[in-house]
Write a protein that binds this ligand. Structure first.
Ligand SMILES: C/C=C(\C)C(=O)SCCNC(=O)CCNC(=O)[C@H](O)C(C)(C)COP(=O)(O)OP(=O)(O)OC[C@H]1O[C@@H](n2cnc3c(N)ncnc32)[C@H](O)[C@@H]1OP(=O)(O)O
Length: 725
């Protein structure tokens, strides 16, 4: 680690170096401070350029140090030193300038960025506010409105957009540091007053107080339950209402408060968990380090239904040329129009952000009915509907057509990967790539490892996830994999609670107040109730295959609720039919309204089945729905379907709208305390012995018996004998 300098024509060039992303650790901050002080005191130096080593300016404060630093990273005095310098200081931004990295650049008098660089203040994503003057300097440079959008979302801004906004002074295609040196030389001796952002007035919209009040309401709604976005609005209020130095105190106060919360700890955990899951290892010893991913230059997608369309869009956005195949002309026409419209929307979004070059950088999409066109692609993703016979037919067909090196992937959300692999001539190259809807937006890719899948295939699928800008999580092959396996029990519990006397809107509200993006009933209505109905009919849980005489509310020895089936029999499929658990203004409407019809229907149902209802508290809703899901999480670990709790948390944070500020279901359980979760499950199982999924898993019991070890130690208590990975 070093901040070293050289002098080039009276310009001192200070390089921040702390691989891999030049995170500003305390040691690096001290080293840069020393280098700046030396440059300021050196008569031979007339200007200063600050750059980051290996093409990256800085990814901000070193997050790994946060649990050691009581008061946060000591950045403020370094940034003040830079801004107060009488010698001009230029930031040469390559790669990234994020968080404290951008705050440091905002302390410089000029900023030059490489065209591929991006900047941002993502502290909010770690449950914090920018606290080294960033939230005070940025509104003085680009105004309150643009700053608000950046700091409450933590979004990264590409160099060209940063130029438009005024964050950087110039964007260059190459030689960023040389350009910075030239600029530094040019401005030697010029007054710096207007370049010292802390001295400038904040750029406010008219009626700024009302603007901020409105922003607060919006942010509360958008980031329900999260503390840091609210603190971001507060810090901007301070920027508006207070002189810079007092604003700084307020910024510090808000930061210090957030810095000790459970939310920031959970978000930091979630950040590292996302990086951890990329480092997969199999019990065989194969791992991300040893396996070599194969290049993916071209791809094909089979099936242009809802998922297929957005998978094509996702590939095109990642600049991967893609061939989209449908079975007949009509479906191909419908599908290709839908893809073009999704791509148009993406282009519009990017153009609004100033990326005029985006259209040209999309991967070309070719639509076809001809399997022969797939002969040379590197990877095929099958995305037809969930029917094993159809999928096997496609895989058999692909086997005969695709080049031997082509990987065959399925987007199934829960069918057996091995069964599909078994009909191919390359079972080792078959893998599940389970996308989440809409695939061009959602960040999660569940990568499902079958019995035959090779480590090269795994590493190629994980590389694909990265190329698509997604988080790939490797899981084992079991019905519904990890995400849906847990989700099914959560939804089922919610339906049981309705049978027991609660209402869909009460359950949705309780879980949305907990922080989930959408409650289970709104989610079912959005996804379409008919999808689950079809699946249950196919496996004989309902419909003609159900043996005559099966009790309505029992399957085997387990409780079963036929409520969703009955709604479907009545044509209530959710949003698409205008009625489901809720009613909607029209078919396809999105505005869920409680439906008096449903209340009457439920009373009648409870009467027919002689059900005793009880008042279901918010506590019971949260605990039964979430603890049953968490309990299944422990079983998934026990079964070796996921290699650690982090994998489950990353899946839920990125694919199921779980509030990241609780870390994910398994992290949340660790915070609640495993003995508490165990006691509650025992209580609910005792009261509902016909719901065996509430019976505490043996791994949960084992961890409690081991004294409730911290989450990072859970793996060490797992035996790998049963690993499916
Ligand atoms: C107060 C708070 C202040 C002043 C702050 O600045 S808070 C920090 C704000 N910055 C961020 O939140 C940036 C977070 N990092 C990223 O968004 C990304 O890592 C990246 C865009 C910088 C790079 O992305 P990518 O190329 O995909 O690589 P990885 O994400 O896998 O990261 C590579 C390794 O670097 C580690 N890393 C990244 N950022 C930091 C950081 N700020 N502090 C410490 N370590 C960081 C990351 O964990 C990876 O480590 P390994 O897994 O390889 O060990």
């Amino acid at each position: 680690m070093a901040a070293f300098s050289y002098i080039c024509d009276s310009v001192a060039v200070i390089t921040m170096s702390n691989p891999p992303v030049n995170a500003l650790s305390s040691a690096l901050i001290r080293a840069v401070q020393k280098a700046v002080e030396e440059a300021i005191g050196d008569f031979a130096v007339e200007a200063i350029v600050i750059r980051g080593d290996k093409g990256k300016f800085s990814a901000g404060a070193d997050i790994r140090e946060f649990n050691r630093l009581e008061r946060g990273p000591p950045l403020v005095s370094l940034i003040d030193l830079i801004e107060d310098s009488k010698k001009p200081v230029v930031a040469a931004i390559e790669g990234v300038a994020l968080g404290g990295g951008l705050e440091l650049a905002l302390g410089c008098h000029y900023r030059i960025a490489h065209a591929q660089a991006y900047v941002g203040l993502p502290e909010v994503l770690l449950g914090l506010v920018p606290a080294a003057g960033g939230a005070l300097r940025l509104p003085r440079l680009i105004g309150i409105s643009a700053t608000l959008s950046m700091i409450t979302t933590g979004k990264y801004v590409q160099a060209r957009e940063a130029l438009k906004l005024g964050i950087v002074d110039k964007v260059v295609g190459e030689n960023t540091v040389d350009e910075a040196i030239q600029l530094a030389k040019k401005v030697i001796g010029q007054p710096l007053g207007s370049r010292q952002l802390s001295t400038l007035p904040v750029q406010c919209p008219p009626n700024v107080e009302a603007f901020l009040d409105e922003a607060m309401v919006k942010v509360k709604k958008q980031f329900r339950g999260a503390q840091s976005p609210l603190a971001c609005v507060e810090v901007l209020r301070a920027a508006v209402q207070l002189p810079y130095l007092e604003g700084k105190k307020k910024e510090r106060e808000l930061f210090q408060f957030l810095y000790t919360t459970d939310q920031t700890r959970a978000q930091q955990y979630a950040f590292f968990a996302e990086r951890e899951v990329a480092k997969w290892t199999l019990p065989s010893g194969a791992s991300w380090k040893t396996a070599s991913p194969q290049p993916i230059r071209t791809a094909a997608v089979i099936g242009l239904g809802t998922m297929g369309r957005s998978i094509v869009t996702s590939l095109a956005k990642a600049k991967i040329p893609v061939i989209a195949l449908e079975q007949d002309k009509k479906q191909l026409d419908i599908g290709s129009k839908a893809v073009m419209s999704l791509l148009d929307r993406e282009i519009l979004k990017m153009e609004q952000l100033g990326h005029t070059e985006f259209t040209n950088s999309l991967g070309p999409v070719q639509f076809t009915l001809d399997y022969g066109k797939l002969r040379d692609v590197d990877i095929v993703i099958e995305a037809v509907f969930e029917n094993m016979a159809l999928k096997k037919e496609i895989f058999r067909h692909l086997s005969g057509i695709c080049k031997p090196e082509a990987f065959l992937c399925t987007n199934t959300s829960g069918l057996d990967i091995d069964e599909m692999a078994s009909v191919t001539n390359r079972p080792q190259m078959v893998i599940g790539t389970h996308f989440f809807s809409p695939a061009h937006i959602m960040k999660l890719l569940e990568v499902v490892h079958g019995h035959y899948t090779s480590s090269t295939t795994i590493s190629t699928a994980m590389r694909l996830a990265k190329m698509l800008g997604k988080v790939g999580v490797l899981v084992g092959n079991c019905p519904s994999f990890v995400g849906n396996r847990l989700m099914r029990l959560y939804v089922e519990q919610a339906v049981f609670l309705v049978e027991e006397g609660s209402k869909p809107e009460e359950i949705d509200r309780a879980l949305e107040d907990f922080g989930l993006a959408m409650g289970p009933f709104r989610m079912m209505d959005l996804a379409g109730l008919d999808i689950g109905w079809k699946a249950r009919t196919e496996i004989g849980l309902t419909g003609p295959k159900l043996p005559i005489g099966t009790p309505a509310r029992q399957r085997g020895s387990k409780r079963y609720s036929p409520l969703p089936d009955i709604l479907c029999e009545k044509g209530r499929f959710g949003q698409k039919s205008g009625q489901g658990w809720y009613k909607y203004e029209k078919s396809g409407g999105r505005n869920a309204m409680p439906d008096p019809w449903l209340y009457n229907f439920l009373s009648e149902y409870q009467r027919i089945h002689n059900l005793k209802t009880h008042y279901v508290t918010q506590e019971e809703i949260i605990e039964r729905c979430l603890y049953v899901l968490i309990n299944e999480g422990f079983k998934v670990l026990e079964d070796g379907i996921a290699s650690g709790p982090e994998d489950i948390d990353v899946i839920y944070n990125n694919g199921y709208g779980w509030p990241k500020y609780t870390g994910g279901p398994m992290y949340y359980a660790s915070i609640v305390g495993l003995p508490v979760v165990l006691t509650k499950l025992e209580k609910y199982y005792g009261a509902n012995p016909d719901i065996p999924d509430l019976k505490p898993s043996s791994f949960l019991k084992k961890l409690v018996s081991k004294g409730n070890p911290p989450l990072k130690e859970w793996r060490s208590h797992l035996g790998f004998q049963s690993s499916m990975l």
